[in-house]
Design a protein around this ligand. Structure first.
Ligand code: VOV
Length: 248
């Protein structure tokens, strides 16, 4: 059996993708829309407070294209908190005007492929900050789930640890050339959801997503072993932008 890589886990993550039920929203009275908008704003403020208290983090983005209209990416300490917040939101009058279309459950993960020897992760403030990150409020988001292939000779999980480490080093080197351009949050989802990882990228320029993902396609770990789900790309929704989005 090949040696499993050790992983560190941080906050649990829920990506909650929704459509707006525009027919129902148009059919609602101005009072109903006002009440629903106020409830939405209450949730956005509550989540901001959780983030200010460093007990979790929330990112809110519109989604371009027909897969969804917006996404709430939520990070919290426990799975119970994530469940509570989605249920509380589902009971709101604004949620009644939304249609859930996709969700993804995972946990912020760092693998030890490139770990510094002799460093105790529990004592490393930089690692701890990466495990419990305040989500960037960059202009754009890109999310997709992925697997590492298990197929014949291309079985990631049968490779010796050294080979995986070499490939991950190359992956990290490419990633590093995007420092300051793309921020990645990798969340692990083996045993939690349908794919093995969620990849969430943040950038001020969506073209950086295309360049980075394309460049990685030529790198062995992605070229031989990467399998990808649907891509979701979108734009930052501040509370003001959200109000504009639902203005009819
Ligand atoms: C912004 C760029 C960027 C950078 C700097 C970066 C660096 C790194 C490092 C240093 C490490 C290893 C240690 C750790 O931190 O876990 C990783 C780990 C990982 N990555 Fe990555 N990655 C990036 C970006 C980046 C992208 C764009 C993708 C999607 C791949 C693609 O083809 O679409 C990705 C995937 C992953 C995954 C799935 C893992 C876990 C793999 C596992 O087997 O455990 N990643 N990644």
């Amino acid at each position: 059996m090949s040696e499993a890589v050790q992983t560190l886990e941080g906050w649990y993550a829920l990506h909650d993708f929704r459509l707006i039920d525009w027919n129902a929203w148009h059919a609602a009275t101005p009072q109903e829309r006002k009440h629903a908008t106020e409830e939405l704003n209450t949730f956005l403020s509550q989540w901001q407070q959780v983030e200010n208290d460093k007990l979790g983090s929330t990112a809110v983005y519109s989604i371009v294209g027909q897969k969804a209209d917006f996404v709430f990416m939520q990070l919290r300490e426990t799975l119970e908190e994530l469940n509570d917040l989605e249920n509380a939101f589902n009971k709101s009058s604004f949620a009644a005007f939304t249609i859930p279309v996709y969700s993804y459950v995972s946990i912020v993960e760092l693998s030890s492929y490139l770990a510094k020897p002799g460093v105790d992760p529990a004592e490393d403030p930089e690692l701890q900050a990466r495990l419990k990150p305040i989500l960037p409020k960059a202009k754009h988001i890109c999310f997709y789930p992925m697997n590492k292939r298990r197929d014949g000779n291309d079985n990631w999980y049968m490779l010796p640890a050294e080979d995986r480490k070499t490939m991950m080093r190359s992956h990290g080197m490419i990633g590093r050339t995007y420092a300051g351009k793309v921020k990645q949050i990798i969340t692990g989802s083996v045993g939690l959801d349908d794919w093995e990882w969620g990849v969430t990228l943040f950038s001020e320029d969506p073209l950086h997503f295309k360049k980075l993902v394309y460049e990685m396609r030529f790198d062995e770990v992605s070229a031989r072993f990467g399998e990808f789900g649907d891509f979701y790309v979108g734009n930052l929704l501040s509370p003001e932008k959200f109000a504009q989005l639902i203005q009819v």
